[in-house]
Design a protein around this ligand. Structure first.
Ligand code: 1CP
Length: 390
């Protein structure tokens, strides 16, 4: 009797210990990404449409050629690809805009063309031409021979950059990871680099749609692996750039671009269901397709300046958050014009959460750095009135 009582007590203690160990373990697992752990969690909250004190702001291509310190580090690296592939330097340029401005997010310094490069196409950035590949995709044999890169091998430099930046940020603001969309990556792989006409990729779409689908499926698999690895390395939000979706006719956009982005969103949602890593979809020139895009399992859409943000909000209701949408060109104007434009976008969106302020596309190299400071301060100062709780 005495003995069985001791066994019972030991069992109870054991099960309590097990319970607490499990609790700590679960906390450690989820705490890595929980917004509560961030000193500034405005971005994550706004992406999830939760209340914030002011509208969060970050700038597409915030680390880039408009900053003299970026141009310095790029010179030190020698060339753009080396800069991307050297985690210490990629970390340095990721942090540069955050040292200047009170931005609400960092975005990892990398490029959408890292995946095609890891597939063996050989990326180079040619001065005043843009990105070029040594090899391009011309037929279905090229596609069948493409490898599926292991993100922790061929793309390990991106994961190492993310791990370094997370350490450097020390929980100050969230870190955004990203990828190009399958369609946008396919355009570069088939054209062999930047393009104006997109004649080769459009030619393949008409003449060999099955081959193009094979490539898009392969890219979707690769992007899913890549983004999951970025999340595991420490990315706290994800953005998918579909820069060239807007060149397609409506049925082709649905079948060749949006369809594959939807699949990626579904995979990301399933895998990381215990932690919320919001996903932002950006198709440039997508105003007419917005109702369709929000049907993907994304948390936010990024819109360019051809959309009216207030009308977009009305069209989509409470389904997702909206990021955007100042025209980058406005940053060349006077301080007053910049502040007026910020005010007009904030007013158009209206009261309540669910807005992340950004440009409608990347900042251009000809912008004076001080103008970015004016923009960020204006967003923070003027947006408070739209977040007052009654
Ligand atoms: O130093 C230099 O000359 C390089 C210029 C540059 C930079 C700063 C390139 C070459 N890529 C980048 C970084 C980059 N690219 C980031 C960094 C993170 C940030 O601060 O935002 C991101 C998110 C990208 C994404 C990217 N690369 C996109 C999608 C977004 C967009 O702007 O539409 C695209 C289309 C690219 C391809 C690419 N890489 C570089 C250039 C100049 C381009 C565009 C070429 C073209 O117009 O086709």
């Amino acid at each position: 009797m005495h003995f069985s009582l001791i066994i019972f007590i030991v069992d109870v203690i054991n099960s309590r210990i097990k319970y607490y160990l499990q609790k700590v373990n679960n906390q450690q697992k989820t705490n890595i990404y929980m917004p509560e752990q961030l000193k500034n969690n405005r971005l994550i909250k706004a992406l999830l449409r939760e209340p914030v004190d002011m509208t969060p702001v970050w700038i597409m291509r915030q680390a880039g050629r408009y900053l003299p310190e970026y141009r310095e580090t790029r010179k030190k690296a020698g060339d753009f690809v080396t800069l991307c592939q050297t985690p210490e330097l990629a970390c340095e340029v990721t942090m540069q805009p955050l040292h200047r401005y009170p931005l609400d997010a960092a975005i990892i310094f990398s490029d959408i063309l890292t995946i095609p490069d890891a597939m063996g196409l050989g990326l180079k950035l040619v001065e005043s031409v843009g990105p070029r590949f040594e090899r391009s995709i011309t037929n279905s044999n090229d596609i069948k021979n493409l490898p599926l890169p292991d993100p922790e091998q061929e793309l390990k430099y991106v994961m190492d950059s993310i791990r370094l930046v997370r350490r450097e940020l020390n929980g100050d603001v969230p870190l955004i990871g990203f990828s190009g969309s399958p369609w946008t990556l396919a355009t570069y792989m088939i054209e062999g680099g930047s393009s104006r006409e997109f004649s080769k990729v459009k030619g393949m779409l008409e003449a060999e749609p099955a081959s193009l689908h094979l490539l898009l499926k392969h890219l979707s698999d690769s992007i899913t692996l890549y983004l999951k690895a970025q999340i595991n390395a420490g990315a706290q939000a994800i953005m998918i750039f579909d820069t060239w979706g807007g060149i397609l006719k409506t049925p082709n956009y649905m079948n060749f671009s949006l369809y594959y982005m939807k699949i990626i969103c579904e995979h990301l949602k399933n895998e990381h269901s215990e932690v919320k890593v919001p996903v932002i979809l950006f198709t440039k020139g997508a105003d007419k397709w917005i109702e369709k895009i929000v049907e993907a399992d994304c948390d936010a859409i990024s819109i360019d300046w051809n959309s009216n943000i207030g009308q977009v909000r009305e069209r989509i209701g409470k389904r997702v958050a909206i990021q955007g949408n100042m025209e980058p060109r406005i940053l060349k104007e006077s301080e007053k014009k910049i502040v007026d434009e910020v005010e007009s976008i904030l007013r158009s969106y209206g009261s309540g959460s669910g807005h992340v302020f950004n440009l409608g596309h990347g900042i251009t190299p000809d912008i004076e750095p001080d103008k970015v400071g004016i923009l960020v301060d204006a967003v923070h100062n003027l947006s408070r009135q739209y977040h007052k709780t009654k």
